[in-house]
Design a binder for this molecule. Structure first.
Ligand code: ADP
Length: 773
C-alpha cells in the first residue's frame, strides 16, 4: 500500500511531539519524585527532632518544680508541717506550670497534701488534705478559685488513701533521689501522665516525706495532632515497653484491663492500623528503642509509606518518637500532574497531527495538481505545452524533464506505430496469457483475409492449419530471457484456402522479466512454396534424366563392348559367304542366311555407332562457377527427398572457396547422386541420427568435396564404381561408375573412404578455375 505524503507528515509530527513530551514528562517525573521522597524523609526527621524538643521542653520545668518543692520541704517551710502554708506553696507552683496536673506532699506519718486542677468543677482547683493527729485521720477536700479563695469544702471519712503505699513514694524513698515514673493513666482524671517524685530528707538523714508532681502528657498528644506531616502523616511516642503514650488521636492510647482499670494501648494493638503495620513488628521483635535514627518504608493496603524511628529522648524519658507518612502525600500531586501531562501531550500531539495534516495538504496540493497533470499528459488527454499549475521550482524542473521524455516517447511510438502499421510484412502483438491478438497491421489482415476487428477476437492458434502442430503461447512459460520462434507453417485463410507462412515471434518482457506481449511477424510464402514444389518436380524430372543419362552411358559401354563381336560376326558371315561361293554345292538358302547375318550385324553396328555418337554429343561445355552456389541449388533439389526421409543435411563450406572449372550440370548430377545414395543408405537407420554432411575445402590446386553419412557404410561384397554393382532391389549399380567417369572427364576424381565412426564417405575433387588460381 502506498502511503500518503500528508498522512505520513501528520502522523510523524504528532508522534514526534508525543514522544518528546512523554520524554520530558517522565524524566522530570523521576527526578522530582526522587527529590520529593528525599524531602519527605527530611520532613519526618524534622518532625521527630521537633517532637523530642517539644517533649523535653514540656517536661523539664516539671523536674525543676519537683526539685524546688523538695528543697522547700527540706527547709523549714514544709518541715514546720504547716499544712495550709504547704498547700499554698503547692497551689502557687501549680498555677505557674500549666502542664502540671497536680502537686502533692506525703509524709512518713501518712498525712498528705494534694493540690490539683479541676477545670469546670466547683472551683478551678481542689486540695485534698489528709491529716493524722493522735492516730486520727481526717480527709478534707477544699475547692478553690484562681485566687486561692475557698469555694467549697467537704470531708470524706471513708477515704483510705495512703501516700506511703503509692509507687512514686516507695520508689523515691528507696532511691533517695528524684525519680520519674513510667507514664500511666491517672486514676482521677483518666488522663495519661507521668509522676516525678523527690524525697525530703531529715537533717539526720532519715526520710521526712516525698514531694510529687503529676504531669499530664495528653498535651503532647495535642501537640502531635497539630503537626503537619504531609496530609496524612502522623507522629507518635512509644514508651520503652511498647506502650503508645502519645498519639495525634489521644482516644486511641487508652485500653482497659480486665478489671476495668485503664492502661496504655501497646503499639501492636493500637487502633491505628498504619502505625501498627509500621512499628508493631519492630516492637514485637524487640528492635525498639533504636540506637540511631532509622528511616524505613513499608506497604500498607497497597499504598507506599515512609517512616522514621528516632532514638529515645533521654535515659529518664525512654521514649521513642516514631513518624510515618504516605508517599502519596508528597508525590501524589506529582503523579496526578504526570497523568495530566500525558493527556496534555496527547492533546498537543493530536493538535500537531491536525496541523501537520493541514500543512501537508498545503505542501501536497501543488504536488497533487502536478501528479494529475502528469497523468493526463501521459494519457494524451492534455497537451504537454498546457500551462503548468502553480507549483514548486523542483516540480517545474521535473516537469521539463518529463515533457521532454513524453515528446521523445511519442515520437518513438509514432515511428514504431508507422513501422508496424505500414510494414509490408504481417505484424501483430499477442497477449501473453490468452494468446489473443492485441494489435494487428493491415498486412496481416491482407494475408489472413480477416479484418482487424475479427482478428482481435481470435488467437494465433485459430489460424494454424489443423495438421500443423500448434506451439503458440508455449514460450511464455520458458525461462526468462529473449525467446523467439521462427518456423514455416500452414494457415487457413478466412476464405478457407490454405497458405504457407513464415512466422517469427519474439517475446517482450518488462524489466522484472514478466512477459508483456509477443511481437509476431508473418510472411506469406505460398508463392515461394509453389516454386519450391516446382523445383522438386523438376528435380524428379532431372532424376529421370539422370537415369536416361545412365542408360546412355550403359549404351555407350554396350556399344563399345558389342562393337567387336558385331564386327567379328559381320566378318565371319562375310568369310562364310566367300567359302560358300567357292563350294561346289551352293546352297542358296544358306547364302541368304549368311547375307542376312552379315547385313543385320552391320546394321546393329550402325545403330550402336549412332548411339555412341549421340552420347558423345552430350558432353557439354566446362565453365567456371562458384561451388557454394551450386551446392545451394542442388540442396534445393534434394531437400524434399531429405525432408521426406527425415534426414538432416548439414553444409560445411570452408570460407573463401575459389571458383572451380567443370561442367556445371554434370557436377550437379554427381552431388545429387552422392546425396541421394547417402539419403537412401539412411532409410533403415534410427530416425534420430539420420545426418548427411557435405563439406568442401581447398586442397592444393583443387577443391575437395566430401559427402558423408551416418548410415551403415558400404555393404560387404559390393565392388564400388563397377557397373551393375548394386545392393538395392530397384538399383542399377551405374550411378557411382557414371559419376566417376564424369568427374574424370572434368579433370577430377572420385573415391570412397571409410569413416572411423561408421557410415560412408565419398570424396571427389575438382580443378580450381585457372582464371583465379
Ligand atoms: P545404385 O545406387 O543404383 O545401386 P550406385 O553405383 O550408385 O548404384 O551404387 C552402387 C552401390 O554402392 C549401392 O547399391 C550401394 O550398395 C553402395 N553405396 C553407394 N553409396 C553408398 C552409401 N552412401 N552408403 C552405403 N552404400 C552405398
Amino acid at each position: 500500500m502506498k502511503k500518503s505524503l500528508g498522512a505520513s507528515l501528520a502522523l510523524g509530527l504528532a508522534g514526534l511531539q508525543f514522544l518528546a513530551i512523554l520524554l520530558v514528562v517522565f524524566s522530570s517525573y523521576l527526578t522530582s519524585e526522587r527529590a520529593l521522597i528525599r524531602h519527605a524523609r527530611d520532613l519526618l526527621r524534622d518532625v521527630g527532632i521537633n517532637t523530642i524538643e517539644h517533649s523535653r521542653g514540656f517536661l523539664s520545668p516539671a523536674q525543676g518544680a519537683a526539685e524546688l518543692a523538695a528543697q522547700l520541704a527540706q527547709n523549714s517551710v514544709i518541715a514546720s508541717e504547716d499544712t495550709p502554708l504547704l498547700e499554698q506553696l503547692l497551689f502557687q507552683q501549680l498555677k505557674i506550670a500549666p502542664q502540671f496536673a497536680g502537686l502533692y506532699y506525703g509524709r512518713e506519718d501518712g498525712s498528705f497534701v494534694y493540690v490539683m486542677r479541676t477545670p469546670g468543677a466547683r472551683g478551678d482547683f481542689r486540695s485534698k488534705i489528709i491529716s493524722v493527729r493522735d492516730g486520727q485521720r481526717r480527709v478534707e477536700f477544699i475547692w478553690r478559685d484562681h485566687d486561692f479563695t475557698p469555694v467549697a469544702r467537704s470531708e470524706d471519712p471513708a477515704d483510705r488513701y495512703d501516700p506511703r503505699a503509692r509507687p512514686w513514694y516507695v520508689k523515691a524513698k528507696a532511691e533517695r533521689a528524684t525519680i520519674w515514673t513510667d507514664p500511666y493513666i491517672f486514676f482521677s482524671s483518666h488522663q495519661p501522665g507521668i509522676t516525678l517524685a523527690a524525697p525530703v530528707q531529715q537533717p539526720g538523714g532519715g526520710l521526712r516525706g516525698v514531694v510529687g508532681v503529676d504531669i499530664e502528657i495528653s498535651m503532647i498528644s495535642e501537640f502531635l495532632a497539630r503537626l503537619n506531616i504531609g496530609q496524612h502523616g502522623r507522629a507518635l511516642i512509644i514508651n520503652r515497653n511498647g506502650d503508645v503514650i502519645a498519639h495525634p488521636d489521644s482516644s486511641l492510647i487508652r485500653a482497659r484491663n480486665a478489671d476495668g482499670s485503664l492502661r496504655f494501648a501497646a503499639i501492636s494493638e493500637i487502633g491505628d492500623p498504619i502505625a501498627r503495620a509500621a512499628f508493631g513488628p519492630a516492637a514485637l521483635a524487640g528492635a525498639l528503642p533504636v540506637a540511631q535514627e532509622t528511616p524505613g518504608e513499608f506497604l500498607h493496603d497497597g499504598a507506599s509509606y515512609v517512616s522514621t524511628i528516632m532514638p529515645v529522648i533521654s535515659d529518664k524519658l525512654p521514649w521513642t518518637i516514631a513518624v510515618y507518612a504516605p508517599e502519596d502525600d508528597f508525590t501524589g500531586a506529582l503523579k496526578r500532574n504526570r497523568m495530566l501531562n500525558i493527556w496534555l501531550a496527547a492533546l498537543v500531539a493530536g493538535l500537531t497531527g491536525l496541523l501537520g495534516l493541514a500543512l501537508a495538504d498545503a505542501i501536497y496540493r501543488p504536488v497533487r495538481a502536478f501528479a494529475v497533470r502528469t497523468a493526463l499528459v501521459s494519457q494524451g488527454e492534455l497537451d504537454p505545452d498546457a500551462p503548468l499549475p502553480r507549483t514548486y521550482k523542483e516540480l517545474e524542473r521535473a516537469n521539463d524533464a518529463l515533457v521532454q521524455q513524453i515528446v521523445a516517447r511519442r515520437k518513438t511510438e509514432r515511428e514504431y506505430g508507422q513501422t508496424f502499421d505500414m510494414s509490408s510484412r504481417g505484424m501483430a502483438q499477442i497477449a501473453p496469457d490468452s494468446g489473443r491478438f492485441i494489435r494487428v497491421n493491415a498486412s496481416i489482415c491482407h494475408i489472413t483475409g480477416y479484418s482487424a476487428a475479427e482478428l482481435s477476437r481470435m488467437r494465433l492458434s485459430d489460424l494454424v492449419h489443423p495438421e500443423d502442430p500448434t506451439f503458440v503461447g508455449a514460450f511464455f512459460h520458458s525461462p526468462a530471457g529473449d525467446f523467439s520462434v521462427n518456423r514455416e507453417m500452414r494457415c487457413i485463410r478466412k476464405d478457407g484456402s490454405t497458405i504457407w507462412i513464415t512466422l517469427n515471434e519474439i517475446l517482450i518482457r518488462d524489466e522484472s522479466g514478466k512477459p508483456l506481449h509477443s511481437v509476431l511477424t508473418m510472411d506469406d510464402i505460398t508463392q515461394g512454396k509453389r516454386a519450391e514444389a516446382q523445383i522438386v518436380q523438376l528435380n524428379r524430372d532431372l532424376s529421370h534424366l539422370a537415369r536416361g543419362n545412365t542408360m546412355g552411358e550403359m549404351a555407350a559401354g554396350l556399344a563399345h563392348e558389342l562393337n567387336q563381336p558385331l564386327a567379328a560376326i559381320a566378318q565371319n558371315a562375310d568369310t562364310a559367304l566367300l567359302i560358300l561361293d567357292q563350294m561346289a554345292a551352293k546352297d542358296p538358302e544358306l547364302r541368304d542366311v549368311l547375307i542376312e547375318i552379315e547385313g543385320q550385324s552391320l546394321r546393329a553396328g550402325e545403330i550402336i555407332r549412332a548411339l555412341r555418337s549421340f552420347i558423345s554429343k552430350d558432353e557439354g561445355a566446362a565453365t567456371s562457377f562458384d561451388l557454394s552456389d551450386l551446392v545451394q541449388q542442388t540442396l534445393h533439389l534434394i531437400q524434399a527427398e531429405a525432408a521426406e526421409a527425415r534426414v538432416l543435411v548439414q553444409i560445411d563450406l570452408a570460407p573463401g572457396l575459389p571458383p572451380v572449372r567443370a561442367n556445371r550440370v554434370q557436377i550437379a548430377q554427381v552431388i545429387v547422386n552422392l546425396l541421394r545414395n547417402a539419403i537412401e543408405a539412411l532409410a533403415d537407420h534410427p530416425a534420430t541420427d539420420r545426418r548427411v554432411l557435405l563439406a568442401a575445402r581447398r586442397d592444393d590446386g583443387q577443391v575437395r568435396i566430401s559427402i558423408e553419412d551416418t548410415g551403415p557404410g558400404i555393404a560387404p561384397g559390393i565392388s564400388l564404381f563397377s557397373q551393375f554393382e548394386t545392393s538395392k532391389p530397384g538399383g542399377m549399380g551405374l550411378g557411382l561408375s557414371i559419376c566417376r567417369s564424369m568427374l574424370a572427364a572434368n579433370g577430377g576424381a572420385l573415391w570412397h573412404e571409410s569413416r572411423p565412426s561408421g557410415g560412408a564417405r565419398f570424396v571427389f575433387t575438382l580443378p580450381v578455375s585457372q582464371k583465379v588460381a
